[in-house]
Design a protein around this ligand. Structure first.
Ligand code: FAD
Length: 346
């Protein structure tokens, strides 16, 4: 796989990482941006897409998703390259650049790095069951990579959210047997999906087991054979199964960020407040992942930190060149970069 060379590599495509694209773009720096999730937005889209935010300056109210959509629109003129579904696992300093490697073996050589990793990368919540490591990805899955592998198989889906129900509905026709196991009897999934699944149950196409937890895995020759269940009332049963799909939601983990040689204080990266730089020159941190005396974990703090980091990084990327402060209102250079040259006199 070819190595991607970049002046600026942003790790994390939450609101602050996306705004970092904009601040770098104003200074003429094109960025690459990576996120372990398949979509941009970080906590805003993952945890509260429909909830209102009231404290973004000059935006009296917007939802988490609307904020991300606006930030993406604002950053669009700067043509950043997005690498989604890639978790950065390794950062190492080399002579004149940083070598950055993802879980899919994508390799970047970056002059500067901006860690905007929020509360860490979102990972699937895993049940505490013996044998998970042995069968993960072969017969126990936390996401669906290839739905065809379930055709004609006995499938158990665990969970009560949208992912669990959407996949139950999508796979019901192609599997030999489908059971949905949910620890409660009310669902986080869309009511329409719940109604559809109950209709399939009434038609005998799906079995639904509520108020029940996963209790154990029966494994033979490295393959799932059965799943043990235990109800809240203490009743136990074992179901034969070829595959188990678990959708217990996502939880953030600081994970590999803790191993990049950065000074970490209470799960956050210490930075210099004058330029958002970490203890490693050329690596900046911003947004929820950064800390300094008086830090407030708010989106607006991350926006300011992104501006400081962009100026400091520009001086590293183009050493010796003076970085002037310019206003977007009046700077022809910035208008050119924003692609709004024709609007100058308006
Ligand atoms: P995040 O949004 O956490 O994004 C970080 C991204 O980095 C994630 O997408 C993650 O997958 C990715 N990542 C992490 N590690 C890696 C890695 N190793 N490789 C690749 N990708 C990685 N703030 C406000 O200002 N106002 C509000 O009203 C408000 N309301 C909130 C309501 C709720 C319910 C919650 C949970 C938070 C709220 N916040 C609010 C806080 C706000 O969402 C955060 O401050 C903000 O999301 C931080 O943005 P970020 O870009 O720093 O990080």
């Amino acid at each position: 796989m070819s190595i991607i060379q970049t002046d600026a590599l942003i790790v994390g495509a939450g609101p602050c990482g996306i705004f970092q694209i904009f601040e770098l773009g104003l200074l003429g720096v094109k960025a690459d941006i990576i996120d372990s999730l398949p979509t941009v937005g970080g906590q805003c889209t993952e945890l509260y897409p429909d909830k209102p935010i009231y404290d973004i300056p000059a935006v009296p109210i917007c939802t988490g998703q609307e904020l991300i959509d606006s930030l993406m629109k604002q950053a669009a003129p700067f043509g950043a390259t997005f690498h989604l579904g890639e978790e950065v696992i390794e950062v190492a300093k080399q002579e004149g650049y940083f070598r950055v490697v993802t879980n899919n073996a994508k390799e970047f050589h970056a002059k500067t790095i901006f860690v905007a990793g929020g509360v860490g990368s979102f990972q699937p919540r895993k049940p505490r069951l013996d044998g998970i490591d042995e069968i993960e990805d072969s017969s126990l899955h936390f996401k669906v990579k290839n739905p065809k592998i379930f055709a004609g198989q006995k499938l158990i889906i665990a969970g009560g959210g949208d992912s669990a129900l959407d996949w139950a509905l999508a796979l019901a026709d192609s599997v030999a047997e489908l059971t949905l196991v949910h620890r409660r009897d009310d669902y986080r999934a869309a009511p329409a999906s719940v109604a559809q699944l109950k209709a399939l149950e009434a038609a005998g196409k799906v079995r639904i087991i509520e108020n029940t937890n996963l209790a154990g895995l029966g494994i033979a020759d490295g393959k799932l054979q059965s799943v043990a269940l235990k109800s809240k009332a203490g009743e136990e049963q074992t179901l034969e199964a070829d595959h188990l799909l678990v959708f217990f939601g996502l939880a953030p983990k600081l994970g590999p960020i803790a191993e990049w040689g950065l000074t970490i204080e209470k799960k956050a990266i210490e930075v210099d407040t004058s330029n958002s730089q970490t203890n490693v020159p050329g690596i900046f941190a911003l947004g929820d992942i950064s800390t300094y005396p008086g830090k407030k974990k708010l989106i607006l703090s991350g926006f300011h930190e992104a501006a400081l980091a962009a100026f400091a990084a520009k001086a590293i990327i183009e050493p010796g060149k003076k970085v002037h402060l310019q206003y977007t209102t009046t700077s022809p250079t910035m208008h050119k970069r924003l692609g709004v040259e024709g609007d100058i006199q308006k």
